[in-house]
Design a protein around this ligand. Structure first.
Ligand code: TYC
Length: 110
């Protein structure tokens, strides 16, 4: 007598041994450096206040970073996720504009 093959259980693939994926399926999200740019007009004290208010630096660290930007042209305020970096850049640029200072904050992938 001919016999039909035993029907496969439904969703058989879900009952096998889990295999490691051939390659990782997720990459860690990229990080971004938030930068301050030098200019000739923004007062040094204002830059120090920005670094204290938005980047949580103490006065000594904020003064160091401000002087680095002043002498080198740009400097890193911190490294963040894309969303946090975008928020910091917007907040700093809005704050500077609202005080009529040309200070610019920007970001780049780390
Ligand atoms: N160069 C400015 C001055 O001499 C000071 C300054 C520092 C401005 C850092 C911007 O991101 C900056 N008053």
């Amino acid at each position: 007598m001919s016999q039909e093959p035993t029907p496969k259980p439904e969703h058989e693939e879900e009952h096998g041994v889990a295999l490691a994926p051939a390659r990782p399926e997720v990459r860690p999200p990229p990080l971004y450096r938030v930068l301050l740019l030098n200019d000739d007009y923004t007062p040094m004290d204002f830059v120090v206040e920005v670094l204290r208010l938005f980047f949580g630096m103490n006065r000594e660290k904020a003064t160091q970073v401000m002087m680095h930007v002043h002498t080198r042209g740009r400097g890193v305020c911190g490294v963040f996720s894309r969303e946090v970096a975008e928020t910091k850049v917007s907040q700093v640029n809005d704050f500077s504009r609202s005080h009529q200072h040309p200070l610019l904050c920007t970001m780049e992938q780390a």
